[in-house]
Structures are given as structure tokens and as C-alpha cells.
Ligand binder design. Structure first.
Ligand code: ATP
Ligand code: MG
Length: 421
């Protein structure tokens, strides 16, 4: 029996890797413009880290974690908790009061696999730790928007506030009263959530729950003065930066650690998988995990969803990849000189491809095209005897003789001049 990859775990094949590298390069470039530094953490963490940060009564912790039953260890379902663990463990705030960190890598959640939803998926994750100002929220959101813009994706931005330990608990009580009143109309999950995690009822995707949530009290109207000011400052700052958004008072993120600002970048082009990225503030999290009382804000973007969107719109903006030159060695005697030339060209930074099989010119030109070569250097046995080769421009099909006299190093320098012209 053939062994295949596990359901929900996917290979990323060479043709698609181009897209992934493009996303990563754009992300690194833009994140670094914002002063972010990369951090890399292990994939396995103590289960308790996620239970204490994400929250016991969340879908992620209740149903989606890959946990090794006998070891108290979990494959990370998201990056923020791990970054906070590393931040605390290494006392990063001592070196620099405001830390701007990003990471790129795989996350694991046991969900039903479908388009844009996998069990191993990849996130671009960015966090700013130690800054409480609303300007910082706007800057981080602007960074996410800039990345999606530069990738050529059109998304909408939704914004909400989840308040703080001052205004959220009394709001929750009012919400529970409301939810109990309408409980017969709610789905089974939401009836349970009414008591475990009532805010989550607000963003249930089931039509009847949505309908009933319309009349629920709004946290945006119940924010304490500090949270209210913060929310308005974020809105003003976003407007100043020219970033469009809309309020969504029903947005409740799936992780319990959020406070104040939460946001999502949404697409209408991926069916049910609408969220390309999402994030928010988590001002109590670091202290809750045993670290200093520092605020933070971050987001995570789903790379599978970004890659799907890029593919759906024809991969516009993807850099062309391929060989600079293909060396077509046409006889057994030509293999050795061509392979030396290819080696020297590669040492000069040239992407040089070659075939060692002495196949026909036709077959090798086909291969050169498959490798997207810009030029092919054709070297036949007779030509080689005359210290000559033929350089073919693969796009225009124009051919011209090239001088292959002198040492291999001299031939290489001559070819470089042509390639760099
Ligand atoms: P969703 O509502 O789609 O389940 P989420 O709220 O669980 O998303 P977050 O935990 O905020 O997602 O993760 C941030 C981003 O990571 C999402 O916006 C999405 O693009 C991506 N993501 C989350 N879960 C998956 C998954 N199982 N497969 C692929 N991408 C995912
Ligand atoms: Mg989810």
C-alpha cells in the first residue's frame, strides 16, 4: 500500500514554493521597515502555556490541540503564547522596553480540513510588546494592511474593542441575562457558551444565532472611558494613515487573552474561510503568564489563505524564476568543459543549469525551456574543436556565435559580460 500524507497535512511542491517564498520575502521586507525583529521558537510547548493563555473554554483548547497525552506537551496551535513565553523566559524587555517581534512557521489545529483550512497551517505572526498607545495599534494594523496591499490582495478591515477587566465583566453579566432570555432560539453550542464563554455567542456563524445576536447589548457602547478613548484614538489614527475599516461589534476573537482593540482582515474570495488575518491587544497576558505587567498587541495571518488568493488572481507580481543560462553539451567530450564552465558561472552568482546526458539539441532546448532559461549555450563536438559555441536567446530565439578560446576562467568572464549586458 502506498503511504500518503496525513489528512489535513499538505506538501508544498516546488511550483507553489515560489508563491510561498514571495509571501515570506514581502513579509520580512515590510516587517523590517517597521523595526520588527525575527524570533523562532520551538513547535512543542507545555500544554499549560496554551491552556493558560488561549483559555480553557475556547474551541482551540477544547477541541483543536494536538497534545501528547502522556507528556503534557502540545504542538503549538498559534504563535503569540510561545512568543510571550520566550519573551518572559529571556527577560527581553530588560534590553529594550518595546519589543517588536515576528515569526513565520507552522501551527497545528485539529479542525475539519477544507479549502483554506488545514491541520498543519502556516502563519506570519507579528507582535509589539510593551507599548500601550493607541497609535501603536494603528501602526501594527497598518503594517498588516501594507503587506496585503503589496501582495496585491484586496481585503476589508473590521475593527472592534473587547474592553478590559473594568468594563468587560459587567457587560458580560448583562449579555448573559440577554442570552438566557433568548436561549431556546440558540444553537446547542451557544447555549453552553452562554455560561462558559458568553461573548463567543456574538460571533456564532449559525443564521439563527446571528439573527438573535442583532439585539444583544453592544460592548462598544458599554466601554469604560479609558477603553472608549483608546478605541476612538485607534480609529482616528487609522483614518489619518488612510486605512479604511468598518466597525464590527460582533467580532469576538477565538482566543481569550484579547483586550481592547481586535481586528480582522477579511476576504470574500475564499468561501467560508473569510479571515486572512486577525489580531488584537492582550494587555493582561504577559502578567497572567508570570511575566512583567506589560501590554502587547499582535496579529497572525494565514499563509495558505494568502497563497490561495494569490493563485486565484493569477499570481500577479510573482518574481520570474528560472536559470540564467542552460549549458547544452552535445557530445561526450563537451561535458567536462561545460561542467567546469557551469561551476565557474555559479561561483559568479549565475544560475547555470546543465544536462549531462548528451541528449539531442532538441531535447536539451526543451529542457532549457522547462527550466525557464534566459539563454542556452550550445556546445557541439565540432564547435568545441573550433573553440566556439552558440548562444541562443530563448525568448527571441536569436543565436550568435561565442568565443570559447582561452582558459575556462576567461570563457566565463566573456559569458558574464553577455549575461550582464
Ligand atoms: P477561523 O475563524 O478561520 O477559524 P481563527 O480565528 O481560528 O480563524 P486565528 O487563530 O486568529 O484564526 O489565526 C489567524 C489566521 O490564521 C486566520 O485568520 C487564518 O488566516 C489562519 N488560520 C487559522 N486557522 C487555520 C487553519 N486551520 N488552516 C489554515 N489557516 C488557518
Ligand atoms: Mg479557528
Amino acid at each position: 500500500m502506498k503511504i500518503q500524507a496525513i489528512n489535513g497535512f499538505k506538501d508544498i511542491l516546488p511550483d507553489s514554493v515560489v508563491r510561498w517564498q514571495h509571501i515570506e520575502q514581502r513579509a520580512r521586507d515590510i516587517f523590517e521597515r517597521f523595526g520588527m525583529q525575527e524570533i523562532r521558537m520551538p513547535i512543542l510547548e507545555k500544554t499549560e502555556l496554551f491552556v493558560r493563555s488561549i483559555g480553557e473554554a475556547t474551541d482551540v483548547v477544547e477541541k483543536e490541540m494536538y497534545t501528547f497525552a502522556d507528556k503534557g506537551i502540545t504542538m503549538r496551535p498559534e504563535a503569540t503564547a510561545s512568543i510571550m513565553r520566550a519573551f518572559i523566559e529571556h527577560g527581553l524587555h530588560v534590553q529594550q522596553p518595546v519589543q517588536r517581534l515576528y515569526t513565520i512557521g507552522p501551527m497545528f489545529r485539529h479542525e475539519r480540513p477544507q479549502k483554506g483550512r488545514l491541520r498543519q497551517f502556516h502563519q506570519l505572526d507579528a507582535e509589539i510588546i510593551g507599548a500601550v498607545e493607541a497609535q501603536v495599534d494603528a501602526e501594527l494594523i497598518a503594517m498588516g494592511q501594507m503587506l496585503l496591499d503589496e501582495l496585491g490582495l484586496s481585503v476589508s478591515l473590521e475593527l472592534n474593542s473587547l474592553g478590559c477587566p473594568v468594563c468587560r465583566p459587567p457587560f458580560k453579566e448583562r449579555l448573559v441575562v440577554y442570552l438566557e432570555r433568548i436561549s431556546t432560539g440558540l444553537c446547542e453550542d451557544c447555549r453552553r457558551r452562554t455560561h462558559t464563554n458568553p461573548l463567543r455567542v456574538l460571533d456564532c456563524k449559525k443564521p439563527t444565532c446571528r439573527e438573535l445576536a442583532q439585539d444583544a447589548p453592544s460592548l462598544l457602547e458599554a466601554l469604560c472611558p479609558d477603553c472608549d478613548r483608546h478605541f476612538h484614538e485607534v480609529e482616528e489614527a487609522l483614518t489619518r494613515l488612510g486605512i479604511g475599516f468598518s466597525r464590527n461589534r460582533f467580532m469576538v476573537r477565538g482566543l481569550d487573552y484579547y483586550t481592547r482593540t481586535t481586528f480582522e482582515f477579511l476576504t470574500t474570495d475564499l468561501g467560508a474561510q473569510a479571515a486572512v488575518g486577525a489580531g488584537g491587544r492582550y494587555d493582561g497576558l504577559i502578567e497572567q503568564l508570570g511575566g512583567p505587567a506589560l501590554p502587547g498587541i499582535g496579529f497572525a495571518m494565514g499563509m495558505e489563505r494568502i497563497a490561495l488568493l494569490l493563485e486565484q488572481q493569477g499570481d500577479a507580481g510573482l518574481p520570474a524564476v528560472g536559470a540564467d543560462i542552460f549549458l547544452a553539451a552535445l557530445g561526450p567530450e563537451t561535458i567536462a568543459p561545460c561542467s567546469l564552465l557551469a561551476h565557474l558561472l555559479r561561483r559568479e552568482g549565475v544560475r547555470a543549469a546543465m544536462d549531462y546526458s548528451s541528449r539531442s539539441l532538441k531535447a536539451q532546448l526543451k529542457q532549457a525551456n522547462r527550466q525557464n532559461a534566459r539563454f542556452t549555450l550550445i556546445v557541439g563536438t565540432d564547435e568545441l574543436a573550433r573553440q566556439q559555441g552558440t548562444l541562443r536567446n530563448m525568448a527571441s530565439q536569436e543565436q550568435r556565435p561565442v568565443d570559447l578560446s582561452g582558459s575556462a576562467a576567461e570563457q566565463c568572464q566573456r559569458l558574464l559580460r553577455v549575461l550582464r549586458a
